[in-house]
Design a protein around this ligand. Structure first.
Ligand code: SF4
Ligand code: SF4
Length: 161
């Protein structure tokens, strides 16, 4: 069985190529820029990046964010509530997203923006959607491993009548 983390990172690298080809040309002049709050970063995204030495941009307290993100809403997959809606994402650095290229937040990585949908041919959009589904499935597999409980369970007792 392939290592689920390696698989996830490999798929991240694969999906980044077509996205980068678009964003490197379009983002600078975009009139509706994304990477604005509220952002869809979750605790797993941050823990994974941190475990590979990622540091948030200077002045940013990642652990505060992590606690904010680890609330019930986030664990349920919802975007955290924020009071500075519309401001640039805190993880946006001078050269774009500060996360490692192959450990970008899942929902950022799989986001196909409006300008992309308007510009790229439908078959290319369909291909990107398929890649996004594969990446999402790989992340689910990885989360199953990360959050599984390795402790042996006690044998179940037979009910006595
Ligand atoms: S919406 Fe699309 S084109 Fe605009 S900044 Fe975001 S990725 Fe770039
Ligand atoms: S985490 Fe990165 S990709 Fe996601 S919104 Fe922030 S800067 Fe953009």
């Amino acid at each position: 069985m392939p290592n689920p983390l390696e698989k996830y990172r490999k798929l991240q690298r694969e999906i980044r190529k077509p996205f980068d080809a678009f964003t490197s040309v379009r983002c600078e002049t975009c009139r509706t820029p994304c990477c604005r709050k509220p952002v869809a970063v979750d605790a797993t995204d941050m823990v994974l990046a941190e475990s590979f030495g990622w540091q948030p941009p200077e002045g940013k307290n990642m652990h505060e964010d992590l606690f904010k993100l680890l609330d019930a809403n986030t664990l349920a997959g919802n975007v955290p509530v924020t009071d500075d809606i519309g401001q640039p994402c805190d993880f946006l650095g001078e050269r774009g997203c500060s996360f490692p290229d192959d450990l970008r937040p899942l929902r950022c990585t799989t986001f196909i923006c409006g300008p992309m949908r308007e510009t790229l041919p439908p078959e290319e959009i369909a291909r990107l959607e398929k890649m996004a589904l594969r990446l999402t499935a790989a992340r689910r597999e990885l989360a199953d491993v990360l959050y599984s409980d390795p402790r042996p369970r006690p044998p179940s007792r037979r009910r006595r009548r």
